[in-house]
Design a protein around this ligand. Structure first.
Ligand SMILES: NC(=O)c1ccc[n+]([C@@H]2O[C@H](COP(=O)([O-])OP(=O)(O)OC[C@H]3O[C@@H](n4cnc5c(N)ncnc54)[C@H](O)[C@@H]3O)[C@@H](O)[C@H]2O)c1
Ligand SMILES: [Zn+2]
Ligand SMILES: [Zn+2]
Length: 335
C-alpha cells in the first residue's frame, strides 16, 4: 500500500537506533509514528481504498501464528520478517543500493510503502498530526495501563519519565480512574505538563532520589510503577517504588547490551511483579480507533503533548532537543 505521510511523531526509539541502543543496520530511513492518507492499494488489498485516513503501527501481524490466534498479535514475529526472499527492497538509493525500511514504515519520508497489516483506518474527522502520536507513544503508554496490566480504578500509580510515552501512561491512569498518580521527571516543566494531563502529585528527580518520596506519597509504594525512560538506574528506582504486592512495569527500552542489578529478595519477600510491556500490548486495529474516540470525546489530550511541529529538514535538531529532555512530543508535518 502506498500512503502519503501527513505527520510523523518522533519517538525516543528512533534515537535509540541512531545511538546504537537498538540494532538496525544502516542505511535506514527512521520514523515509526505516522498518520497519513492512502494513495494506492496493491493487488489483493481488501481493507483499504485510496483516500482512507490511516495510522501506521510497527507491530504488523500475520493473523495465523500462535501469537496472533492467541490474542497477542503485537508479539507476532512477522513484524520482523522483512520482505520475502528474492523480492525487491521497498526502498533504494538513487544508485540502486538497498535502504533498510524501519519497522515496515520509515515515516520520515513523504510517502510510505507498507503492508496493509501495518495500518488501521481511522475517522476522517481526526486531525492527522494528532493522530500520528497514537502510532507509537500514545498506544505504548495508554496500552501499558489499559492492556498490559489493566490498572484497576483506585490504584496508586507512579510514572517515571514524562516524555511522549510517560505522559500517555499518566493519561491512561486518569482514564481508568486510578487513585494517586505520581509523575516523576527531572524537568520541572514536564512535571507541570504531567499535572495538566492527570498527575495528582509530582516528584522532581533532579532534587535527589525519588524512591522514598514516591513511597511516602503512596503509603509505602505504588500499586503500579511504570518506567518510561529506558535507563538502568530508573529501572531500579521503579522496582524500589513499587509497593508490597505491586507491579513494576518496564516500558522504556534500556540499550540491549546493558544489564540491571536488582534485589531478588525485595521482589520475592514483598511479592512484587516485574512485567515488560511491548507497544502497549496492542491489537491496534481495535485499540487505535478507540484512542481516536478518546481524543475526540475529550478524554485523551493530545494537543498539549505536541511541543512543536517541524519540517523534515529539522529532524536532527529535534533529536538534540530530545537528548536534552527539552521536548514533549515533536511532530514532523508534511504539506
Ligand atoms: N515498550 C515499548 O514498546 C516502547 C515503545 C515506544 C517507546 N519506548 C521507549 O520508551 C522510552 C521513552 O520514550 P519517549 O519517546 O517517551 O522518550 P522521551 O525522551 O520523550 O522522554 C523521556 C523522559 O524521561 C525524562 N528523564 C530522563 N532522565 C530521567 C531521570 N533520570 N529521571 C526521571 N526522568 C528522566 C526526560 O526528561 C523525558 O521527559 C524510550 O526508551 C523508548 O525507546 C518503548
Ligand atoms: Zn516508538
Ligand atoms: Zn502472527
Amino acid at each position: 500500500m502506498l500512503v502519503r505521510t501527513a505527520a510523523s511523531g518522533i519517538c525516543h526509539s528512533d534515537l535509540h537506533v541512531i545511538e546504537g541502543g537498538l540494532p538496525v543496520p544502516p542505511p535506514c530511513i527512521l520514523g515509526h509514528e505516522p498518520a497519513g492518507v492512502v494513495e494506492a492499494v496493491g493487488e489483493g488489498v481488501g481493507d483499504f481504498a485510496p483516500g482512507d485516513h490511516v495510522i501506521g503501527c510497527l507491530t504488523a501481524w500475520c493473523g495465523v501464528c500462535r501469537f496472533c490466534t492467541g490474542g497477542r498479535p503485537y508479539l507476532c514475529p512477522w513484524q520482523f520478517a522483512g520482505r520475502p526472499d528474492g523480492s525487491k527492497f521497498r526502498l533504494t538509493a538513487a544508485n540502486g543500493d538497498p535502504i533498510m525500511q524501519f519497522a515496515n514504515l520509515s515515516s520520515f519520508a513523504e510517502k510510505m510503502l507498507c503492508p496493509e497489516r501495518s495500518l488501521v483506518k481511522i475517522r476522517d474527522d481526526m486531525p492527522l498530526d494528532r493522530a500520528s502520536l497514537i502510532g507509537c507513544g500514545v498506544t505504548t503508554g495508554l496500552g501499558a495501563v489499559l492492556n498490559t496490566v489493566r490498572v484497576p480504578a483506585g490504584s496508586s500509580v507512579a510514572v517515571v519519565g514524562c516524555g511522549g510515552v510517560g505522559l500517555a501512561a499518566i493519561q491512561g491512569a486518569r482514564i481508568v480512574g486510578a487513585g494517586r498518580i505520581v509523575a516523576v521527571d527531572t524537568q520541572p516543566w514536564k512535571l507541570e505538563l504531567a499535572r495538566a494531563l492527570g498527575a495528582t502529585e509530582c516528584v522532581d528527580a533532579s532534587a535527589g532520589d525519588p524512591v522514598a518520596k514516591v513511597q511516602a506519597l503512596t503509603g509505602g509504594g505504588a500499586d503500579f510503577a511504570f518506567e518510561c525512560i529506558g535507563l538502568v538506574p530508573t529501572v531500579q528506582q521503579v522496582i524500589g517504588m513499587t509497593g508490597r504486592g505491586g507491579t513494576a512495569v518496564l516500558v522504556g527500552v534500556v540499550p540491549i547490551t546493558q544489564l540491571a542489578p536488582i534485589s531478588p529478595a525485595d521482589v520475592v519477600l514483598q511479592e512484587k511483579r516485574i512485567v515488560g510491556s511491548y507497544m502497549g500490548s496492542n491489537r491496534f486495529r481495535f485499540d487505535m480507533p478507540r484512542y481516536v474516540d478518546f481524543y475526540l470525546d475529550g478524554r485523551l489530550k493530545l494537543d498539549e503533548m505536541i511541543s512543536s511541529r517541524i519540517g523534515l529538514d529539522e529532524v536532527n535538531a529535534a533529536f538534540d532537543q530530545m537528548r536534552k529532555g527539552a521536548a514533549a512530543r515533536q511532530v514532523i508535518v508534511f504539506d
